[in-house]
Design a protein around this ligand. Structure first.
Ligand SMILES: NC(=O)c1ccc[n+]([C@@H]2O[C@H](COP(=O)([O-])OP(=O)(O)OC[C@H]3O[C@@H](n4cnc5c(N)ncnc54)[C@H](O)[C@@H]3O)[C@@H](O)[C@H]2O)c1
Length: 267
């Protein structure tokens, strides 16, 4: 008996990384999963993986910034699987997807800013907007948005990305407040460094090693760490948890800034 028996889930940005791991994890727990991504071929590959392992899934190409496409994904989930219980709003335009463009504020490319907001923030809003009526027509549901620790701190790069994730945190609270009494929970997960594509995306091994020193855990994150947290928030085990921004980040934002330096000095 899986922990998500009879549940229907949509995972966006599910062709790779955290979304892929989550779609597979939810399916392992018997959810019927809609694997949605801008990369339609990648989504189909993940869908095949789930089916080969004995799970139930369909895939759809979807740009989460586009309302009719998001609406179509929700409708397909309801038509094929009979309802909707879980939405993982995970797709994002990542900083590295716009190399060199999400940098100093005075040099920001306005088109890049608008696209980042459209995918990362409007996409989350659209997912909620269309999933909520479907969930309300059933027994309620759980929405899990992927935020980022970068929403909480200033940094030398990625101001558009970080600001979009700050919006995701605020929007999460709005949904939780408006629909909690009607059986819909809404939480966000703020991952830290998750090696969804090896070390290269993060500037190589040296950079990752430096960041690892700032974690309280012996390692940085892997996609399965986030997938397990999504599973918890999707399941009834978290039925008293809503309106939370859950950091899943190895404690990188939970210590005094000089901790890594102090550790080094003590060696
Ligand atoms: N990897 C990390 O260290 C990290 C840290 C903090 C937050 N996050 C967040 O986790 C989530 C997943 O990141 P990841 O590391 O797995 O990256 P990833 O690149 O592996 O996955 C992102 C997926 O989103 C899809 N996507 C991009 N734009 C889309 C759109 N408009 N519509 C639909 N799909 C779209 C991509 O095709 C890709 O499959 C993102 O929300 C990201 O901001 C990641």
């Amino acid at each position: 008996m899986g922990r998500l028996e009879e549940r229907v889930a949509i995972v966006t940005g599910a062709a790779s990384g955290i979304g892929r791991a989550t779609a597979i994890r939810l399916a392992e727990e018997a959810a019927k999963v809609v694997v949605a991504d801008l990369d339609g071929d990648g989504a189909a590959t993940v869908c095949d993986e789930i089916r080969r392992a004995g799970g139930t899934a369909i895939s759809m190409r979807c740009d989460v910034a586009d309302e009719p496409q998001v609406q179509a994904v929700v409708e397909r989930a309801c038509n094929e699987f009979g309802g909707l219980d879980i939405l993982h709003n995970n797709a994002a335009a990542l900083g590295p997807a716009a190399p060199g463009r999400d940098v100093d504020v005075a040099d920001l490319d306005v088109d890049m800013w608008d696209r980042t907001m459209a995918v990362n923030l409007r996409g989350v809003m659209l997912g909620c907007k269309h999933a909520i009526p479907a969930m309300l027509s059933g027994t309620g549901g759980s929405i899990i948005n992927t935020s980022s620790g970068s929403a909480e701190v200033g940094d030398l790069t990625n101001p558009a990305y970080a600001t979009s994730k700050g919006g995701v945190n605020t929007f999460t609270l709005q949904v939780a407040a408006q629909y909690g009494k009607r059986g819909i929970r809404c939480n966000a997960i703020a991952p830290g460094l998750v090696l969804s594509h090896g070390v290269e995306r993060f500037g190589g091994q040296r950079y990752v090693d430096m960041l690892e020193e700032h974690h309280l855990t012996p390692r940085v994150g892997v996609p399965g760490d986030i997938a397990n947290a999504v599973l918890f928030l999707a399941s009834d085990e978290s039925s008293f948890v809503t309106g939370q921004i859950l950091r899943v980040d190895g404690g990188i934002l939970s210590h005094a800034p000089p901790v890594a330096d102090l550790r080094r000095m003590a060696r």
